[in-house]
Design a binder for this molecule. Structure first.
Ligand code: GLN
Length: 528
């Protein structure tokens, strides 16, 4: 970063947080601010900051890091030295320039939803292999990771489980990133199949219907083996997958469950049948060894994650391929867009259509009871509870998704023009968006476009909003002599009749000043 710019940010921070008596900043205050934003103290983007603190002040052995930090005070010079490498993130946090600015209210509401779903006793734990059947049906975890790395977790979020079918969007995204669109779509379709996830069928051009079903995911494995790394041995190919997943998970837990892998392979008659069927139909790239290919498929299903790490994996998708907590660009954004499109139409087994209708967000579920929900450009939520319904989706996770979009306007089509919604939008509004809303409102007032004013009003736009000069829509409509618009603003929207602009002018004065006497007199009824 430009040194003088960095210095001025550090100076601003120092002055904002310094104790005027001691001229020092308490590091505990800085960390409290970080905590409130939802970003974790352990976030890799802050590791240099934390490292410098312990290095500079010498953390006594055995002392808890948090209490050690809350007693540290830094003078100006030390403060600059400590912050140096992490200024951008810290400055972002201090300005609260994060995608969900009111983190406290958001997490409070989400906690309520989480607790509500906890009591749901529906569904059965998958039993096709003993390793899955052994999971306690009461396990229930939920983790959130936003595109700015704000984190929140509840319940059983550090228990490991196998990722199962939630690996499918990731293996597909890797293929797209590495091979491009054409290299993948020669082999895998994009159509929902309307059939079971392990159905023995291909689309009319003899390709697996889509990569979210077993056939398509087996094909993704074949592409990794045969087209991405044709010359490597199988161990290197597995490592390639594992490393990719680990980067997407920001280096959080990605393990491997060998018992599940062996069990999956032992009980995989259907997947073997599918692979042979595809071989018979010449679906695979030339030279594919279907046993290696199935192995890599079972291995990808047997990768172990926690609800925590799965949320980071998902947040990399939500963030267009850049892992939010490391800042590493792992996937090509076009690959992510295409993956999310198919999660939206095909990610929830035979419930995908209803899920897209009701929840309106891309998601993927796995037979271990996990569901990964992606809110593009906002966050990912991973949900995990082993009991699944007859279609294969976790019962608690499904309920949670529905509760979420009942409260928040996250459904993709919740923001349609003329749609009046009471739902909460917790996302930060950009300057541009806010300004755009006021600009279109002002133009509607100037041109006397009452139906556009009405639309703004119905959408909950603040009709009293003013520009930099203190001019409101009412000032503009009056100055232009737009009687219907003035009437609408005063009588339907009930805006205050005499706001003053920066020169002290009221809308009525503006009407007379520009010789719209009838409009000017109309104000008399409202000014009594
Ligand atoms: N390993 C399972 C299978 O291939 C994964 C299925 C799933 O999660 N739906 O059948």
């Amino acid at each position: 970063m430009d040194i003088s710019y960095g210095k001025s940010i550090a100076e601003t921070l120092f002055n904002l947080y310094k104790n005027n008596d001691t001229n020092m900043v308490n590091m505990g205050d800085i960390f409290a601010m970080i905590d409130n934003s939802g970003v974790r103290r352990s976030d890799p983007r802050l590791s240099t900051f934390l490292g410098k603190i312990t290095e500079n002040f010498g953390q006594p052995a055995g002392e808890d890091l948090n209490s050690f930090i809350s007693n540290l005070n830094a003078d100006e010079e030390t403060f600059y030295k400590l912050l140096d490498d992490n200024l951008v993130l810290l400055y972002q946090i201090i300005r609260n320039d994060v995608v969900i600015p009111d983190w406290a209210s958001f997490t409070e509401q989400v906690t309520e939803m989480f607790n509500k779903c906890k009591t749901n006793q529906g569904g059965e734990v998958a039993s096709y292999i003993p390793q899955l059947a052994a999971y306690d049906p009461d396990l229930w975890g939920m983790s959130i990771c936003t595109i700015d790395g704000q984190r929140f977790s509840l319940g059983d979020v550090n228990t490991k489980f196998t990722i199962q079918s939630c690996s499918k969007p990731f293996t597909y995204a890797i293929c797209l990133s590495e091979l491009g669109n054409e290299g993948v779509h020669k082999y895998i379709g994009q159509e929902p199949s309307g059939r079971n996830f392990n159905d023995l069928s291909l689309d009319p051009s003899n390709k697996p219907h889509n990569p979210m079903l077993n056939a398509g995911a087996i094909m993704s494995s074949a592409l990794i083996l045969q087209n991405i790394l044709p010359r490597e041995g199988v161990a290197a190919k597995y490592e390639f997958l594992l490393k990719y997943m680990t980067r997407m998970a920001g280096n959080e837990v990605i393990g491997f469950n060998n018992s599940v892998f062996l069990s999956e392979r032992e009980n995989a008659y259907r997947n073997f049948a599918m692979a042979y069927y595809m071989q018979e139909n010449k679906c695979f790239p030339e030279g594919t060894d279907i046993h290696d290919c199935l192995d890599l498929y079972f291995q990808s299903c047997s990768l172990e994650v926690t609800s925590e790490s799965l949320s980071v994996l998902g947040a990399t998708l939500a963030n267009g391929g850049i892992c939010p907590i490391t800042g590493e660009n792992v996937l090509n954004p076009c690959a992510v867009r295409d993956t999310l499109s198919l999660m939206y139409s095909c990610g929830m087994y035979n419930y995908s259509g209803q899920f897209a209708f009701k929840v309106g967000l891309p998601a993927k579920s796995g037979v271990s009871g996990c569901v990964l929900l992606v809110i593009p450009n906002v966050m990912a939520i991973s949900l995990w509870s082993p009991p699944i319904d007859s279609i294969g989706n976790s019962v608690r996770a499904l309920q949670f998704c529905e509760e979420l979009v009942n409260v928040y306007s996250f459904h993709r089509f919740e923001n349609l023009n003329n749609l009046v919604t009471q739902k909460i939008d917790p996302r930060r509004q950009s300057y541009e968006e806010k300004t755009h809303g006021s600009l279109t409102l002002f133009f509607a007032a100037i041109t006397g476009d009452v139906s556009s004013l009405n639309r703004h009003h119905l959408q909950g736009v603040d009709m009293t909003i003013c520009d930099y000069d203190g001019r409101t829509a009412l000032h503009l409509a009056a100055a232009e002599g737009r009687m219907h618009a003035v009437k609408f603003l005063l009588e339907t929207c009930r805006v205050p009749p005499s706001p003053q602009d920066r020169w002290g002018h009221t809308p009525q004065e503006e009407a007379f000043r520009f010789k719209h006497d009838e409009v000017g007199r109309f104000f008399d009824n409202h000014l009594k």
